[in-house]
Write a protein that binds this ligand. Structure first.
Ligand code: FDA
Length: 583
């Protein structure tokens, strides 16, 4: 008997990219089989900085509140410390992740969601739970052995690692979410640029109550200039808090050519005590992990029916916190496209828009993360250990010297801190994507976009096609606030217009697509605009329209008024046909 199991989409890998893709597909009614050769979710904290844009995706997927429940809140994330030790002299506090008074307002203005710290071993169970409940069939201890692609689908051979038994799965599409050593990316021959394993970092997890040193200047990251741990590219010792303020990771770099350092628990304890600055601190070490600094990205992400994303296509260090965040956004971009193609709402051309939209983002974040690491050099250059005492005492004395040299050193430190804004408060890196592909129709009347501020550190809201619809606060029929993001998405296309957009609504309704809805912001009881927030942000006439994709990206816009039903229908059909390759 043929014991081939069938599914619509086979997702190989259950890390952040795989499980988010699986969840988003299942919410659209697509049958998904997801496998992982691991026994369960991430067993170490790994990625943790969770951007507002990621939280917006989780909001769209219905799990924002659950994610918040396992998170370290925003107001405890941010005063990144640069010091000699947790008890020693401070060199600087670096407000990060939009938590500082100088930038917090920008972040709050631009999203309905919080910035959060959610270690990977806490977010993955939330995602897996939601995926399972949405109907994804999940099998751990299961490895992809090989697969073949034909015109109609993919046939994959899986091996169950406990029994050794093999299984054949037939699917319409295969998603390679199998991480940095992706077998899928290799098999379909995705081209890569860059290099791997430039440097190494050793992480040790430990428990110790450090509240008294941290709670008054809360932060999840603390950097130390300390000769014992100042090795490797960053050259600073790290304490990262995973549970305020009693569970921590201590990290320091090592040179790859020296191999993984073989340090005993006693030595690690001594180093942690040095970073904290308390010689007899009680510490319980409970885990160790090693990771390497990579700088590699794929320039193509798919071949026909096979798609890769997450670490399978971009490999980089944690600086800037772009790992998990980029995985989630790759998934949000890809899932609706597969769902629409699978259900016949779209032609196969839609699937070809994944690479032009996400490959440039992969390259951008790999280069950004690596640059953020290298930028620590500017801080280290401000540490002048010359003098008669020990290096730490000298460095602090030189930084505080009431001399011309001291003034120059402090000016240099200010420049170095400004450079780190591109890591700590890189709101533009997170939110300024402008997709260029066949699933986006440029607005010829708009001209070149002019950036009012730094493209990496500052977000610019716009309804230009290719950008995410701006967040504006609306009011729903129950009087509660809701975001423009809440009236789009959820797997559907949305025609967004204003009070005067009646022709658009009639045109969209007349098409009878279950995946297309209309919202007339201001006029609709469930999307009123009493703050005039949308009025100020929409950049289109009240009788103009935006066509917003399921991932919240503006696919097309008509900036001018359209009053006639026929014209609205004609414009809308033409836009949908092009964006979805339906012609
Ligand atoms: P991920 O690697 O998470 O998942 C791959 C999945 O594929 C797993 O489920 C695996 O079992 C499965 N798989 C692989 N091959 C398979 C096969 N042949 N058959 C079946 N299943 C297969 N990032 C960051 O931003 N900040 C940080 O501090 C850190 N720290 C960190 C520490 C450590 C120790 C690691 C290992 C990684 C990090 N990262 C990180 C990186 C971050 O964890 C990473 O970006 C995401 O986990 C990538 O998610 P993916 O879903 O792409 O792959």
């Amino acid at each position: 008997a043929d014991n081939t199991n069938t599914t619509d989409v086979l997702v190989v890998g259950a890390g952040p990219f795989g499980v988010t893709t699986a969840l988003a597909l299942a919410r659209q009614g697509v049958r998904v089989r997801m496998i992982s050769r691991a026994p369960w979710v991430a067993n170490t904290p790994r990625a943790h900085i969770t951007s507002q844009r990621t939280m917006e995706v989780l909001r769209d997927l219905g799990i924002e509140e659950k994610a918040k429940h396992v998170a370290t809140p925003w107001d405890q994330m941010g005063d990144s410390l640069l010091a000699v030790s947790l008890t020693g002299p401070e060199i600087a506090r670096m407000p990060a992740w939009g938590s500082g008074y100088a930038r917090h307002g920008d972040y709050v203005k631009h999203s309905p969601c919080d910035y959060l710290d959610i270690p990977q071993d806490r977010i993955e169970p939330v995602l897996i739970d939601a995926a399972g409940q949405a109907g994804v069939t999940i099998t751990y201890h299961t490895e992809l052995v090989d697969f073949e692609v034909d015109d109609d689908g993919v046939t994959a051979t899986l091996r169950h690692l406990i029994s050794g038994a093999e299984e054949t799965v037939r699917a319409a599409y295969l998603v390679g979410a199998d991480g940095a050593r992706s077998r899928v990316a290799e098999k379909i021959g995705l081209p890569f640029e860059g290099h791997v394993s430039r440097a190494g970092t050793l992480y040790t997890q430990f428990r110790a109550d450090l509240s008294e040193y941290v709670a008054h200047r809360p932060s999840i990251l603390h950097w130390f200039f300390n000769p014992d741990t100042g090795v490797g590219e960053i050259g600073l010792g790290l304490l990262r808090c995973t549970k305020p303020w009693h569970e921590w990771i201590c990290g320091w770099g090592f040179l790859v050519e020296d191999g993984v350092p073989d340090v005993s628990d006693e030595e690690i304890t001594e180093r942690i005590r040095a970073l904290v600055g308390v010689p007899d601190l009680e510490i319980e070490i409970f885990n160790r992990m090693v990771w390497y600094v990579n700088q590699q990205w794929a320039t193509e992400l798919s071949r026909g029916r096979v798609f890769c994303g997450g670490d399978a296509t971009h490999r980089h260090p944690p600086s800037s916190g772009l790992g998990l965040n980029t995985c989630v956004q790759d998934a949000h971009n890809l899932a609706w496209k597969i769902a629409y193609a699978f259900k016949g709402y779209a032609g196969p051309g839609l699937l070809e828009t994944y690479t032009p939209e996400r490959a440039p983002v992969g390259k951008q974040i790999v280069l950004r993360a690596n640059q953020s690491r290298l930028d620590y050099q500017a801080i280290r250059d401000c540490i002048d250990t010359s003098g008669d005492a020990d290096p730490v005492t000298n460095a602090i004395a030189n930084l505080n010297a009431p001399t011309e040299e001291g003034i120059a050193l402090r000016a240099k430190l200010e420049d170095a801190l400004q450079l780190k804004e591109h890591e700590w408060n890189a709101e533009g890196v997170e939110k300024n994507h402008r997709y260029v592909s066949d699933a986006v129709i440029p607005d010829p009347s708009a001209g070149e976009e002019v950036w009012a501020d730094n493209i990496e550190t500052h977000h610019q809201m716009t309804t230009r096609p290719g950008a995410k619809i701006p967040h504006a606060w609306l009011v729903g029929s129950d009087g509660h606030r809701l975001s423009t993001l809440d009236v789009v998405g959820d797997g559907r296309f949305t025609v967004v217009s204003g009070h005067a957009g009646v022709a658009w609504r009639e045109a969209a309704d007349g098409l009878g697509h279950e995946w297309l809805r209309t919202v007339l912001i201001g006029a609709d009881a469930e999307a009123r605009d009493p703050y005039h927030d949308w009025y100020r942000k929409r950049e289109i006439h009240e009788a103009g329209a935006l066509l917003v994709r399921p991932d919240g990206v503006v696919a097309w816009r008509m900036p001018d008024a359209v009053w006639e039903l026929d014209q609205a229908r004609e414009l809308l059909v033409a836009a949908l046909d092009q964006v979805l390759d339906r012609a």
